[in-house]
Design a protein around this ligand. Structure first.
Ligand code: NAD
Length: 909
């Protein structure tokens, strides 16, 4: 049995509301109102007949073995090359084998059905078994013409073969005449059309019935054997009238999709046939007639195999996936029918070296990369050497097709300066789920649709047109699955080396297990003493955790050193270097308690606690810091406690040690900043050996160490840009704690020394925390004490010295002007680098504003600056445009909206 074995379709996502054409051109062509209903499909600026054919053919090949395809016919009257086989490009894009026949069918609206018929007859002859037939058209029309309304763009593909036939080919009948209702002269862009009545009365009305009746006679069937009658006809009323004349009732007539798509030229009879197949059942007869210089009529019988078709986009899916536009000028520009100024960048040379294209045809046209035979790492482009640094093997790359692999957005940007037919140019990094990544353009989307982590699919699109040489260049782009499930990459620690002190139990064990589960190689340190630190120590606790990690296929090594001695600290770090080759993460967690009220706190208990907590952190951090500095990367965690931050009866030793760790962090933060060493402090709350007698059992369930480890791991990750901050974590509650400094008061004139009475008399102001702020380092503290916000500071010069980034965002709500924000809906993302920086979201909506730290999902505009420059900008020391042009200020997303910031917030003093 010979027939259709698969189908696929592509109708571009964009639809033009026909009324928008009339609204723009009705003054000139009032009669177009008669055909201004519904919408027509239109190619995006990077689509043409070839790219649409690739999309339809890929849809058709779903679930099919590409290697069995031994013929490929491409049918179109709008092919990008007059002399370069277009079906050859299609075959390369699809990565079909070279040992097959490729051919272009063109020059008539009937080319689609003729291509299909030829494929069926070749298969019947037995010389070829599986022939893919793709048909596509993107016909140009003169503005404000009826044809502009009637036509649409689209592509269809059918696979012909003898296995798993879904519609058996029964027979055909063709009449050929040199009948000219329209023609397109060589090198002409538009059709020359004769009277519509001529096409209707002498064309459609004569040749379609002649071919259909000829077929009936030849096969000895009647219209009763036809359940789906497929024939395109641009005149809606004529379509139905003609079908009736041939004996087909309304139930049999397959809709010609005028209202939703328009007529897609050569592709149309095949698209309509696919639409018929989508709603058919086994045993139905389908008659397809393709008109154009005569008519082809083909008859098929649907088989049970139709039920086994794998899900695909098809016509139905293509029609559902749409975006309707009203912008007629956009339609004209996308079709190159108007030529707005593209700027000098638009003149960049685009000549393609045919030598390079030939050598890299698989890579460029087929999106074929490599996969290492030894370590299975995929990479694009394919190179002689494996990219995996742990493999690096030479000549181990096999071809690896990327086009159908699942992928996600890793990063993106909207570039208003890059030349683009549809600015902003949107591009970024695409990460393939199974490995491999590369920079790609995003298409069929708006900037606001994109999110990091959104799934994307790769599509073959036109990358550029070399107008001078008449060459269209193609490459692959990514389409985001708009509204799809965002999967932000898991926080991983692959190849990172972590030291966790006191990891034999409690919180430390949890951190070690979770770090290892996420790929880190962990040094599990635990001295193994009693809760108060007494005893000789034991390796059991650390060994047990290491065993646990290894049983989960993680990597860890046990260390039993005492953090309280400098030698112990040195040995822990040495072990990390010897076994794992570095230190990237250090969690200072080891701890003991020796609680006594202050007067009973003998020096021995005082010193023992200080020795483990404060000296312990110093002893391990110092050698670790040295390694991190060398490697230019480090994440350090100190462990404080509510007792240290706020005080607790009976814990003077512990409180002092714990707040001492905050002091240690404050300075390491400054010394480590330029080496990308970030240090933060955690104040945990969890049940453990240290706290189990303090916590009521009902609280214990919610106080598991897991509730703390998420925060600690985040602070240890590459994602974390914070440094020098303190975070409370426990029982699902997380918050930042900080040392705040009040606005205070400057007393006296600088000559006389303020007396106690002056202090008393200004106590309210001195004691107030109103307008309190954080100070990032001692130097800023001194300047801000000596130069508090005074009239002189306010008028400019020294304001930048006294302000800091966090303070600016803290003050923003007061600086907000609700009146200026009426009707506004914008989200500004501030990404401020440097030790005083961080990420802030400023969301303004209908007269209200919300300011918080973190990263917005879909910011309107992202402002990227260094902390010092940002302070200067806000305090007026740095002018906005100068900052932008010098590169100190980078803006991503909607550049214009960034200008709103100055209007919405009165920040300058
Ligand atoms: P834990 O007793 O379960 O864990 C502490 C671990 O440190 C123990 O396994 C212990 O053997 C080890 N250790 C003690 N001295 C050591 C030394 N000199 N060298 C190496 N290892 C040593 O207690 P935990 O609650 O998991 O405490 C972890 C950290 O969190 C401690 O710093 C503690 O002060 C702090 N903390 C805990 C809480 C809480 O609610 N659990 C609250 C605030 C602060």
């Amino acid at each position: 049995m010979i027939g259709i074995t698969s189908y696929g379709a592509h109708i571009p996502r964009l639809r033009l509301n026909r009324m928008s054409v009339f609204q723009a051109m009705g003054w000139f062509a009032p009669a177009t109102i008669m055909v201004a209903q519904g919408e027509r499909s239109l190619c995006n600026h990077d689509e043409d007949s070839l790219t649409m054919a690739v999309a339809a053919a890929r849809d058709c090949l779903i679930g099919k073995d590409k290697k069995t395809v031994d013929g490929l016919y491409l049918c179109s009257t709008t092919l990008p090359f007059a002399d370069r086989q277009n079906s050859g490009i299609l075959a390369t894009a699809l990565n079909l084998r070279a040992e097959m026949i490729t051919a272009d069918f063109t020059s008539s609206q009937r080319a689609g059905t003729t291509g299909l018929l030829t494929a069926l007859e070749v298969a019947q002859g037995g010389s070829r078994k599986n022939i893919l037939v793709a048909a596509a058209d993107k016909r140009e029309t003169k503005p404000a013409s009826f044809y502009e309304m009637w036509f649409g763009d689209g592509a269809a593909a059918l696979l012909v073969g003898d296995q798993n036939v879904i519609a058996e080919f029964i027979g055909s009948y063709t009449v050929s005449y040199d009948f000219v209702d329209h023609y397109r002269g060589a090198k002409r862009e538009f059709d020359y059309t004769w009277e519509e009545r001529w096409l209707r009365e002498e064309g459609y009305s004569k040749f379609i019935p002649e071919a259909v009746n000829g077929l009936f006679k030849k096969l000895n069937i009647t219209m009763d054997d036809v359940q789906k009658l497929v024939f395109p006809c641009i005149f809606k009323a004529e379509h139905i009238a003609l079908a009736r004349k041939m004996g087909a009732g309304p139930g049999k007539i397959v809709d010609q999709m005028h209202d939703v798509c328009g007529e897609t030229g050569v592709a149309h009879p095949l698209l309509m046939m696919i639409s018929a197949l989508e709603s058919t059942k086994a045993g139905d007869g389908i008659l397809v007639a393709g008109f154009g210089q005569g008519c082809d009529a083909l008859y098929f019988k649907v088989t049970e195999e139709i039920l086994k078709m794998k899900p695909r986009s098809g016509v139905r899916g293509s029609l559902e996936n749409k975006k309707t536009i009203d912008n007629y000028l956009k339609f004209l520009k996308f079709r190159n029918l108007i030529q707005p100024e593209m700027g000098i960048r638009g003149e960049a040379p685009t000549q393609t070296a045919m030598t390079t294209l030939w050598r890299n045809r698989k890579m460029i046209t087929g999106l074929v990369g490599g996969k290492c035979r030894d370590c299975q790492t995929p990479q694009y482009p394919k190179l002689n050497i494996c990219v995996n640094p742990e493999c690096g093997h030479i000549d181990t790359q096999d071809d690896y097709e990327f086009a159908d692999r699942p992928a996600r957005v890793k990063s993106f940007t909207g570039d208003l300066l890059a030349v683009s037919v549809d600015p902003p140019a949107i591009y970024g990094m695409v990460q393939f789920d199974d490995g491999g990544r590369f920079m790609a353009d995003f298409t069929d989307c708006e900037l606001a649709d994109l999110k990091v982590g959104l799934p994307v699919r790769m599509v073959f699109r036109r990358r550029f047109t070399d107008e001078e040489r008449g060459f269209s260049g193609y490459f692959w782009k990514a389409i985001p699955e708009i509204g799809g499930q965002v999967a932000l990459p898991e926080i991983r620690f692959d190849k990172r080396v972590a030291i966790v002190t006191g990891a034999g139990g409690g919180l430390g064990r949890r951190y070690a297990l979770e770090l290892a589960r996420r790929g880190a190689r962990v040094v599990v340190n635990d001295f193994g003493g009693a809760r108060d630190g007494a005893g000789e120590g034991s390796g059991t606790a650390a060994d047990r955790v290491v065993e646990e990690i290894r049983s989960l296929k993680g990597e860890a090594i046990a260390n039993y050193d005492n953090v309280a001695t400098p030698e112990g600290g040195e040995r822990i770090v040495k072990m990390a270097l010897e076994y794992f080759g570095g230190v990237d993460i250090l969690i200072n967690n080891a701890g003991i308690i020796r609680d006594k009220s202050f007067l009973n706190m003998e020096p021995e208990n005082w010193q023992a606690v200080i020795a483990v907590h404060l000296n312990g952190a110093y002893n391990v951090t110092r050698p670790a810091f040295s390694v991190m500095r060398e490697r230019g990367y480090g994440r350090i965690i100190m462990t404080t406690s509510a007792a240290g931050l706020y005080g607790n009866f009976g814990q003077t030793n512990y409180s002092a040690a714990k707040l001492g760790l905050v002091g240690l962090m404050n300075t390491i933060k400054i010394e480590g900043a330029k080496y990308n060493i970030k240090v933060n402090t955690i104040a945990p709350m969890a049940v453990s050996r240290l706290t189990d007698d303090l916590m009521p059992p009902e609280m214990a369930q919610r106080m598991q160490p897991d509730y703390v480890s998420g925060m600690v791991l985040y602070l240890c990750s590459e994602n974390c840009n914070e440094s020098g901050d303190i975070f409370n974590a426990g029982a699902g509650y997380y918050s930042r704690a900080a040392i705040m400094t009040g606005a205070g008061a400057t007393l006296g004139d600088g000559q006389t020394i303020p007396a106690p009475e002056d202090i008393r008399d200004n106590w309210v102001q001195i004691n107030s925390l109103e307008n309190a702020r954080e100070i990032t380092d001692a130097a800023s503290a001194i300047t801000s004490f000596l130069l508090p916000p005074s009239p002189e500071a306010k008028n400019g010069e020294s304001a930048a010295k006294t302000a800091d980034v966090k303070g600016i965002f803290a003050k923003m709500p007061q600086a907000f002007d609700p009146a200026a924000a009426v009707g506004k809906d914008v989200v500004f993302q501030f990404s401020i680098s440097g030790s005083g920086g961080g990420d802030w979201i400023v969301a303004v909506k209908d007269g209200t504003c919300r300011i918080e730290t973190g990263k917005a999902e879909k910011p309107t505009t992202t402002i990227i600056m260094a902390d010092e420059d940002f302070v200067k900008l806000i305090t007026g020391e740095l002018e906005g445009m100068a900052a932008y042009t010098s590169g100190k200020l980078k803006v991503e997303g909607d550049l214009m909206k960034s200008q709103l910031i100055g209007k919405l917030f009165k920040l300058k003093n």
